[in-house]
Design a protein around this ligand. Structure first.
Ligand SMILES: Cc1cc2nc3c(=O)[nH]c(=O)nc-3n(C[C@H](O)[C@H](O)[C@H](O)COP(=O)(O)OP(=O)(O)OC[C@H]3O[C@@H](n4cnc5c(N)ncnc54)[C@H](O)[C@@H]3O)c2cc1C
Length: 419
């Protein structure tokens, strides 16, 4: 399979674009693999890629019940950032930022990473102080952070001028200049193509319905396409985690909730970066390369495995958005959709071995697993290959909930729907 480059595009164009090859193979499942990854979302595909690339483990299958990228990785609002404060989180997400910066070259796939800045608005002195504390903690961890005055915020995002003196006056903000967006499904396709090129079998329409155990040890999975055995089985199924682990009698500190997102018709540029508003509601917005305003807010707040949400949260998100950007009241909404979030009890993820021999866990991404895609895949691959966590994910163990070492970035307590 040829590399993507400008010459190749010109060459293919001259041939009427008739000779492009399939981006990945469509293999039949083999009877046995070294590693099975359940879930062909961003995290599963990135894990398979790094297993092959960094650890030389290429007898790997990614089993996806639908199509690659049909889950949350293709449903999110594409915000990529590392503006974390706590020690367990900050180095992990910043490692992810470093991987984002070189991802397109590494995968030979344009993932459209766009470091246009993520700006958190502050609406009073207390919120401003909290952001200053976070920004200082970020800088101590080597993460880029700037505390902006009200004027600097309005200069950066003139659309906010209309709301600056109104119901929720803007006091200032916290900016991570190198954070931004990436094209979400390109990330899935890029990892898929690169993993396939290293020999990984990507098997779509293959639903795992149960685990095969020898004694206690997990030695394979039962799927709608037959039994498949493996030395190691890794799970990266996001909101379906609890449903699958219940087959093993394993109850994890995870709840599944719907998160909705919205996109408008395309408009000329009105928003320069990503803007988040946590004053009188919860709202985050950016403008896609095609011009659509992409935004979201809180989760629906009840447990669900449905990939669509309900109208009260729809109304809540729009209300929050218009209270901070009233000039958007006339934009036309094009679509909305939902994804199933794996909300953990402290808002932080789990990347761990066990607790059953042969099983490896990757879950608990809450609202924010898209930005974690490269770091999660990188750390999960390390954990699977070495049977132990890397220093970057050593805080993300399952037993932290038993030992009381929660990483509660938001300080919301043990309520998954509050993270
Ligand atoms: C509306 C919305 C907005 C979001 N916004 C952001 C954002 O701006 N920034 C950010 O960082 N994060 C965001 N997120 C969160 C982020 O998208 C997720 O945390 C992340 O994508 C989850 O990891 P994943 O990509 O591997 O999950 P998924 O893409 O959901 O992958 C899991 C895969 O497992 C498959 N699967 C499930 N059960 C089985 C089974 N039994 N057998 C085989 N396959 C199975 C599913 O079909 C799915 O394809 C958002 C999410 C949503 C829904």
């Amino acid at each position: 399979m040829g590399r993507y480059n400008a010459l190749n595009i010109v060459w293919q164009a001259l041939q009427g674009n008739q000779n492009w090859q399939r981006v990945w193979r469509d293999p039949q499942p083999k009877a046995h693999y070294d590693v099975i990854i359940i879930g062909g979302g961003g995290h599963g595909l990135a894990t398979a890629y790094y297993l092959a690339k960094l650890h030389g483990i290429t007898r790997v299958a990614v089993l996806e019940k639908g199509w690659l990228g049909g889950g949350n990785v293709g449903r999110n609002t594409t915000i990529v950032r590392s503006n974390y404060m706590l020690d367990g989180n900050a180095p992990f997400y910043e490692h992810g930022m470093n991987l984002w910066r070189s991802m397109a070259q590494d995968l030979n796939y344009n993932v459209m990473f766009s470091p246009r800045g993520v700006l958190n608005l502050a609406h009073n002195k207390a919120q401003y102080d909290e952001y200053a504390r976070r920004g200082n903690a970020m800088r101590l961890n080597g993460i880029d952070a700037e505390i902006l005055s009200r004027d600097e915020v309005l200069q950066r995002e003139p659309i906010l001028v209309t709301s600056a003196a109104e119901r929720f006056p803007i006091f200032g903000g916290l900016l991570q200049p190198q954070a931004g967006n990436a094209r979400h499904d390109a990330v899935a396709w890029g990892y898929a193509r690169a993993a396939d090129r290293l020999g990984v079998d990507l098997i779509q329409n293959c639903e795992v319905v149960d685990f095969i155990q020898q004694g206690e040890k997990v030695v394979g999975v039962t799927t709608n396409r037959g039994d498949i055995y493996a030395d190691k089985v890794g799970m990266a199924v996001a909101g379906n985690t609890s449903r699958l682990t219940s087959k093993l009698g394993l109850h994890l500190p995870i709840e599944s909730h719907v998160l909705q997102a919205f996109v408008t018709e395309p408009y000329k540029p009105v928003i320069n970066g990503v803007v988040t508003y946590g004053g009188g509601g919860h709202f985050y917005i950016s403008q896609s390369n095609k011009g659509g305003l992409v935004f979201g807010g809180d989760i629906d707040g009840y447990n669900s495995y449905a990939q669509r949400g309900n109208l009260p949260v729809f109304e809540d998100v729009i209300t929050a958005g218009l209270s901070i950007m009233p000039s958007l009241s006339r934009v036309k909404l094009l679509r909305n959709w939902g994804g199933i979030m794996d909300m953990s009890m402290d808002g932080s993820p789990i990347i761990d071995t066990g607790p059953i021999d042969g099983l490896y866990l990757n879950t608990g991404w809450c609202y924010g697993g898209f930005k974690a895609t490269p770091a999660s895949g990188w750390c999960f691959a390390y954990t699977i290959a070495n049977n132990q966590a890397h220093a970057l994910n050593k805080a993300f163990t399952l037993d932290r909930f038993a030992k009381g070492y929660a990483i509660d970035e938001k300080g919301a307590g043990p309520y998954p729907k509050a993270h």
